[in-house]
Each structure stands twice: as C-alpha cells, then as structure tokens.
Ligand binder design. Structure first.
Ligand code: MSP
Length: 580
C-alpha cells in the first residue's frame, strides 16, 4: 500500500507516525478536552496579537473535532477586574462595568467575525465566575495554603503584579525625573506596602518541579519548558494574592474578609474552572485542559496556576502551549506608538480566511514575528489564490474536464510498482510522480504531528509545499496537450486529473481548521460530502492500492467560481486602529 511505500521510502515518515500514535493514545475516542485562550483585559479593544492567541486555540479545537478525538470545548472571554480596568474606566470617564461591557462585546464580535469556534465566552464579572472564585478561595483557605502577612514591594499596575528588583530598571522622563520601571514592559512601578493574604507558593517548588519532570510535554514549545524549569530552580517566594479593598474596589471581595479584594490573577485563572461549572461539574473535564497563552503570561500559567490548583486539591492542566508576540515593522505594538493593528480592518481587507491563513502560516510560537501589510498580500496571494486556487481552476477547467466529474484512475497508467525506476517502462507515470504521491500520502500524519507539537505553521508549510508539487505534477504532464479522443491518452488524462483532485481533497480536508470557508468551498466543488471531511477517515488515492474510490465518476459541485480572489496591493502602509 501507499502507506507501506511511504515507510519504506520516506525517512520523515518516522516522526509523524510516532507522534500520531502518541496523539491517538493520549487522546483516544471519547476523551473530553477543554481548549482555552487566555481571557483578554477589557481595558482596550482587540488587536491582532489577541486574535493570534485565539486563532491558535481555534485551529487546535477545529482540528480535534475533525479527528473525532472526543468532545471538546473552546473557552475564551474577558478579564474584567483589577486596578488596570479601574484606572482605564476612570481615564475614559466611565464606570468599570460600562467599560467592560463595551470592550467585552468587541472581543466577542471580533472572535465571532474571525470564525473562532468558541463554545464558552466567560466574563469575570459574571455571577457564575464570582461564585467559582469564592469557592476556589475557600478551598485554598481550608487546605491551609493561605496566611495573612504584610507585603511590600514594587507594584506594576500594567502587569498587575509585584516585581523583584532584578526585573526593574530606571527611566528618565522629559523633565529629568527618574522613574523605576519594569525592565520587560517599560511600565512604571510604585512602592506598595499593605496587609495581604499570602499564598504559600514556596511550598510548591518541589511538587512543581516533579510535575514538570514527569510531564516533559506539559509546556510546548521546548524552550518555554526549559524557561519554566529555570524559574523553578530559583528562589520561589510566597505570593501576595489579595489587595486592600480601599485601594482596589473593582474586584471580588475575599469571602471572609471584606477589607480585601482577591488578586486579579487568581480571579482570572479560575475562569478555566468556572467555564466547566466548578465546583459542581468540572470533574467531568478537569484536568484535561490545554491552555494557549502568550509568553508574557507564562509564569502565571506554568508556575502560579498549577501551584494554586495543587493547593486547592486539583491537578495541574495537561498542557500549556506558548506563543511569542507580533511586532509591527519591528516595533512593539502599543497604543502610544499608534501602531496597533485592528483585526476588524484586517478581516475586511484580507478576508477572514486570508488573515487567518497569514497569522497561522507566519506566526512561529518560538519567536516574535513581524507584521506588515505587504507580507500579508504576498503570502495569501501566492499560496491561497495562485497556488491552491490556481490548481483547482486548472484541474476543473471545462477544456480539461468537460464532463465536470471526478474522473477515473487507471492502474495501467499509474501501476503499482516496487521500484520507482521501473515505473516509466510499465505505465505513464514517472519516478518523480511516485515520489510526489508518497509525500502527499504522508501529509495527513505529518500535519497531525505538527498540530500535536503546536507547530501549526510547519503543518501549513508542508501543505504549501505539496500544493506546489501538485502544480508541478500537473505542469509536467501538460494534460491540455493530450487528446481526449485517443483512448490511451484519455485514460492518462483522467488519471492526471484524478490524482490532482485527490491531492486537492487532502489539502481541503487538512486546511479546514485554518481556512474553514475556503476549505468548504474547495471540498464542495470536489463534491466531498460533509460526512466525508473528517481527518480521521481521510484516505488518499485508494485506487492506487486497488481499493474503490467513492468519488470516482461523481458530478463535481456546481460552484465554479474562483476559490480565493487575489488581494490588491495597497499603497496605504498600515491598517491603523480607528477604534482607539
Ligand atoms: N488578562 C490576561 C490573561 C489572563 S488569562 C487567565 C492578559 N490579557 S491580555 O489581553 O493582555 O493578553 C491576552 C493574550 O494576548 C496573551 O496571550 C498575550 O500574550 C496576547 N498578546 C498580547 N499582545 C500580543 C502581541 N503583540 N502578539 C501576540 N500576542 C499578544 O494577559
């Protein structure tokens, strides 16, 4: 079979096979899984960095659905409490609830527009969430994980956390005054001294190390796993997890002490449990949770959150997927620089699928990526419009395929061979056609493996490469020069088209998690029914292995329109966020 051919001939087939088995064994049928995005601060409108976090989680969620791996949920929402929001509302001349309602609706709208398949949208101001947080707090208290202490240190409101001296630097302003700022974000810090509830984080140093050593895949990609191990090798001081209510009113009060407000990060992290109905029904899902987070919030998710969970008698989440940041023409995206990129404008200009494709194709979780408009146009036009769209167009053109059907494959033209070198003497396919077909046959496993390792961009790179190879195959044999009236030529012409459509069917199926609308259009044109679109049942070119192909002879779908319209190059340099 092609599969055997593949393991014999293709060295890279090893890796996906192993990873795929692992994926199947850890996520067998019927297994539930919660996928999550972080919840987004409701102090400003969404930008493309936020959308990227959500898209990564969405692609994983959609891919899982297509693998029939078991029920899954995708949670997202808004993080609405804390000093940051309180101050943003004051600056905007409004109240925190009003600001949060407005911004939360924008995130909801942006994600809906971008086809994020979320099943739960949580707002931390909702009663169900507040109840979950209070219950979680009580669990920490009952288990002796909290104590009251005086805490003093440098507090950074923008980051909502105390920072050690080692993470501070100094900045001189225009008036020549020196300010202490966070070295990472550049935001100012203030000396704060107050009575707080402290969480015994230091007691969890060993359990956290053990958890990570026992679960080497808990944090991906690998460099972030190493970073967390490094943090855990250093001093791990206890954590202040409440604020004086006089300083911070916009938050959930400590259940047994109304003079204190629960620290916004404890409040926010519990969202992953409140969406699961904590404290009643979460057990049906937890700890089968995969969190997608940006690198800036890694410590909160990979150190504080697992420690808090252990302290409350729960297990750490199964996996944490970490991504880096988008910069804009080499600069950090920020309101003050005025270079914040608006996802609404991008979806409009590049189409939803075009922009999804760009972010997921170009975003590399291990390192920061630079955004600029020309790059979007270039990538999307060359890969979606020209390469993929062009291939569909060429292989279904009336001149090539007048009957508008899925044509038959001929074993005489493309015989099964043991040694490629014999191929040409036996049929009409050349040695390189066999190699190409082998690489497409290995694609589904390769893509599954890359998704499993949170390397969606690599999965897309492989698909793009195969699409290019298919164009090469088509071009090489010049089917438009074959004579349909000649019986031998007709068999070969149909076989070329059959192989090409089979390839397109594989690409359409595998691209569904990334470009759902385009994939749907492609699969509909190929007459692939909704129940035939699962990745789990994807078989490529069964006729080569002597098995029947259900598509042979089928009438193609009626929509003969262009798969993806080319984007126009723009003279305008950048999409600015008009909403800011
Ligand atoms: N509210 C917290 C998360 C709490 S989760 C329990 C928060 N919110 S945020 O709105 O600031 O960020 C949300 C997500 O957007 C984070 O994963 C963050 O890394 C991501 N991004 C923010 N700016 C980004 C870029 N410039 N590029 C890519 N992602 C970025 O943190």
């Amino acid at each position: 079979s092609l599969c055997k051919l593949l393991t014999r001939t293709s060295s890279h087939a090893e890796k996906p096979t192993r990873a795929f088995r692992r994926a199947v064994s850890t996520a067998g049928p019927g297994r539930r899984l919660l996928l999550s995005t972080p919840i987004f601060y409701a102090n400003g409108p969404p930008h493309i960095g936020h959308l990227y976090s959500a898209l990564l989680a969405d692609a994983l969620h959609r891919q899982r659905g297509l693998r029939s791996a078991g029920p899954s949920r995708l949670s997202t929402g808004t993080d609405e409490h804390g000093l940051k929001i309180q101050q943003a509302a004051a600056a905007a001349g409004t109240s925190p609830p009003e600001l949060c309602a407005r911004i939360s609706a924008l995130f909801h709208q942006a994600f809906t527009q971008a086809a994020i398949s979320f099943t739960d949208f949580v707002r931390t101001s909702e009663p169900r969430h507040c109840q979950a947080v209070c219950h979680f707090w009580a669990a920490l208290q009952e288990r002796g994980a909290l104590y009251k202490g005086t805490y003093e240190g440098w507090y950074c409101t923008a980051e909502e956390g105390f920072l050690p001296e080692s993470q501070l630097t100094e900045r001189v302003d225009a008036q020549g005054c020196t300010h202490k700022v966070s070295a990472e974000s550049g935001h100012e810090v203030h000396w704060t001294k107050e009575e707080n509830y402290m969480f015994k984080l230091s007691a969890f140093q060993d359990p956290l190390q053990k958890w990570l050593r026992d679960n080497p895949r808990a944090i991906s990609p690998e460099p972030f796993y190493q970073r967390v191990l490094c943090w855990l090798g250093e001093d791990l001081p206890d954590l202040s997890i409440s604020r004086e209510r006089s300083r911070l009113q916009w938050g959930i009060p400590v259940p047994s002490d109304s003079t204190q407000t629960i620290y916004v990060w404890v409040d926010a992290l519990v969202n992953y449990l409140s969406v699961l109905g904590y404290p009643e029904t979460h057990g049906e899902w937890w700890p089968a949770a995969h969190h997608v987070v940006g690198k800036d919030i890694l410590k909160f998710h990979a150190v504080y959150w697992p420690a808090l969970l252990m302290a409350a008698g729960l297990s750490p989440p199964e996996r944490i997927f970490v991504h880096s940041h988008w910069t804009v023409r080499g600069q950090k995206m920020s309101k003050s620089l005025g270079n914040v990129i608006d996802p609404f404008a991008c979806n409009e200009r590049y189409t939803v699928d075009g922009f999804r494709y760009f972010l997921l194709r170009q975003g590399v979780p291990e390192r920061d990526c630079d955004y600029y408009d020309e790059k979007v146009v270039k990538v999307v036009n060359s890969e979606l419009a020209d390469s993929l769209g062009g291939l569909l167009n060429r292989s279904t053109a009336p001149g090539i395929n007048p009957s508008n059907t899925y044509p038959c494959f001929s074993e005489t033209c493309f015989p099964k061979v043991v040694d490629y070198r014999e191929a040409e003497a036996l049929g009409r396919a050349a040695a390189e056609d066999y190699e190409f077909v082998v690489s497409v046959a290995s694609l589904p496993l390769q893509v599954a493996s890359y998704f499993e390792d949170f390397q969606i961009y690599k999965a897309l790179e492989c698909i793009a490469l195969c699409v290019r190879q298919t164009n090469g195959f088509f071009q090489r044999h010049k089917p438009w020069k074959l004579d349909r009236k000649d019986p031998a030529d007709k068999l070969w012409l149909d076989t070329i088209i059959h192989v090409t459509l089979e390839c397109l069917r594989v690409y359409g199926t595998l691209l569904q998690p990334v470009v759902p609308h385009t994939a749907d259009k492609l699969l509909s044109r190929l007459a692939v029914e909704p129940e035939e679109r699962k990745i789990s049942s994807l078989t490529f070119l069964p006729r080569y292995n002597g098995k029947p192909c259900p598509f042979e002879g089928r009438q193609l779908g009626p929509d003969t329109g262009i798969l993806f319209h080319k984007l126009e190059k723009s003279s305008q340099h950048q999409i600015e966020n008009k909403r800011l």
